[in-house]
Ligand binder design. Structure first.
Ligand code: NAP
Length: 298
């Protein structure tokens, strides 16, 4: 199955209620396409470097998943790991080395960093060409100005899901819950871009009458990290609801969206897990392939 799969095939999997926007499936399609592109180019060494600093268990799992999927896509996964006691100087030096290494095409520094480290000073040396996470000031500036550059992976993954499931965006109202640099802010810009043409509203913890606001939207995207925040009361019939939030509740991973309650009202909905998380990884790998192309590797 590739990203050329016809519309009727991908949509027929809807389960009586909402269409389930299957991020695992789309991730696998994207990885298959990347792998095919690398094989077609005679298997050049496309390299994604991951940097893990400290012992955050969730970060360790995320990096392991990214490395596994990079390998599956036919890339080289180069990994640098620094302990909890790594100094600012050591962390910056590790990133600078990757920045100048001609064999490395994409650099991902797993966030959040341990307390005491200055994230900006560690990310800033990543050149825009290798900034496949799209989170340095240079990449975010390009995003705002509409210039070519790598887009942040989680917001890009949301856009890819909307595209893949033929969710109309032109003239549609979108409410994004959460205003972080990582998710909410870039999403607002991407949804409001020419070509996507939605009308985005950015909500946050001080927003009043959030449920009512969301009910006025065609598309609701929640990135608050508050388990069960989005109930059926937040949706109008047929709305699309995309869950970015991740919370751990008694060892289970749950999203911001009350999936069971919302699936009967929504027109399309992402599962959690299996929705936006895999798409973040897929977009990281797509950005890495693009980086390698621009750096002349294939
Ligand atoms: P963050 O920096 O903590 O931002 C959370 C945002 O949600 C803030 O803007 C906050 O408002 C808002 N918020 C919190 N509680 C709210 C409430 N009750 N009502 C309305 N807004 C509320 O978090 P983040 O880094 O953006 O991550 C958000 C979530 O997405 C987390 O659960 C994270 O684990 C998850 N995530 C998932 C992926 C993925 O691939 N699926 C990727 C990245 C992050 P204020 O600004 O007013 O405080």
């Amino acid at each position: 199955m590739t990203t050329d799969t016809p519309k009727h095939d991908i949509l027929k999997r809807s389960d009586g209620g909402a269409v389930i926007m299957d991020g695992n499936r789309l991730r696998d399609e994207i990885i298959a396409d990347i792998r095919a592109a690398i094989v077609k180019a005679n298997q050049p060494k496309v390299c994604l470097a991951t940097v893990l600093i400290g012992n955050n268990p969730a970060s360790r799992i995320y990096v392991r998943q990214k490395r596994r999927k990079a390998t599956e896509a036919g890339m080289i996964s180069h990994h640098v790991e620094l302990g909890d006691n790594a100094s600012q100087i050591e962390a910056e030096a590790a990133v600078r080395e990757l920045a100048t290494d001609p064999n490395v095409h994409g650099i991902l520094v797993q966030l959040p960093l341990p307390q005491g480290l200055d994230t900006s000073r560690i990310l800033n040396p990543i050149p825009p060409a290798k900034d496949v996470d799209g989170l340095t000031p240079a990449s975010l500036g390009r995003l705002v100005k509409g210039e070519a550059g790598h887009l942040p992976c989680t917001p890009l993954g949301v856009i890819r899901l909307l595209e893949r499931y033929w969710i109309p965006t032109t003239g549609k109202r979108a409410v994004i819950i959460g205003r972080s640099i990582l998710v909410g802010l870039p999403l607002v810009i991407l949804l409001g871009r020419k070509g996507v043409d939605a009308t985005p509203t950015l909500a946050h913890s001080r927003t009043r009458q959030l449920a009512e606001l969301c009910r006025s939207a065609d598309i609701v995207i929640s990135a608050a990290g508050v388990a069960g925040l989005v109930t059926s009361d937040f949706l109008s019939a047929g709305a699309t609801v995309i869950d970015v939030g991740i919370s751990r509740v008694s060892k289970a991973i749950v999203g911001d969206v009350d999936f069971e309650a919302c699936r009967n009202i929504a027109g399309a909905i992402t599962p959690m897990p299996g929705g936006t998380g895999p798409m973040t990884i897929a977009c990281l790998l797509q950005n890495t392939l693009e980086a390698a192309k621009k750096l002349g590797v294939l």
